[in-house]
Design a protein around this ligand. Structure first.
Ligand code: TYD
Length: 205
């Protein structure tokens, strides 16, 4: 078994789009499983039927005029459903949850990116999650030029944002990480295997 007890622990992966989170989550889950834990992987927005519906609205180009506040509230709908119906029951059963995105995404994207008041987002995050924070967050950090060079042609509503938006989100993430010892910054420019190896090492699995 690992030195850190990961039973009942919530691990969040954070970072800009195209930083490899969706490929990393199953790899990290496999490493934790191999260390003897039961692991659930999930994602936001999504992770529940209502969350997946919110995701469709949030990422659709039909909603190009969506107000930043409406966007924030929809992410919170997804988070409330996800936290109360997936995360908390799994943690209560002693499982380990690996989620791709959680509370930090709203602070980085809607706060630093869209300019919504951070305290409002913190209050909504607390309301949506019943105050449950991630035990460990890995911020997969990749410079914006690299992120943009990985973008294909088929972009969703948020991915189509410009370089200034992404720069604000990235520096927001780094600022949030610097003030929070539960957030560990990982160099996301490394090959995916090395990134997942580094996360496994930090989790002692
Ligand atoms: P994600 O699932 O990581 O994108 P993909 O599956 O396309 O890799 O997230 C979808 C988008 O939602 C992403 O651009 C980040 C954004 N987002 C926010 O802006 N705020 C939030 O609170 C969350 C959870 C995601």
């Amino acid at each position: 078994m690992a030195e850190i007890d990961l039973s009942g622990k919530l691990i969040a992966l954070e970072g800009l789009d195209f930083t490899g989170k969706s490929s990393l989550a199953p790899r990290i889950a496999a490493r934790i499983r191999a260390a003897g834990y039961t692991v659930v992987t999930s994602r936001e927005p999504g992770g529940t039927p209502v969350g997946e519906r919110a995701r469709e609205i949030l990422l659709s180009h039909d909603q190009d005029g969506l107000l930043p506040l409406s966007e924030l509230l929809l992410f919170m709908v997804s988070r409330a459903e996800h936290t109360h119906k997936v995360i908390i029951p799994a943690l209560g059963a002693g499982e380990t949850v690996v989620t791709s995105r959680y509370r930090l995404s709203s602070l980085a994207y809607q706060g630093y990116g869209r300019g919504i008041d951070l305290d409002l987002i913190r209050t909504l995050n607390d309301a949506a999650t019943g105050g449950r924070k991630a035990d460990i967050t890995f911020l997969i950090d990749v410079p914006v030029e690299i992120v943009l060079s990985r973008r294909g042609a088929d972009l969703d509503r948020i991915e189509q944002e410009g370089i200034e938006f992404y720069e604000r989100v990235r520096s927001g993430y780094l600022e949030l990480a610097s003030g929070d010892p539960s957030v560990e910054v990982i160099d996301g420019t490394l090959p995916l295997d090395r990134v997942s190896e580094e996360i496994a090492r930090r989790l002692s699995v």
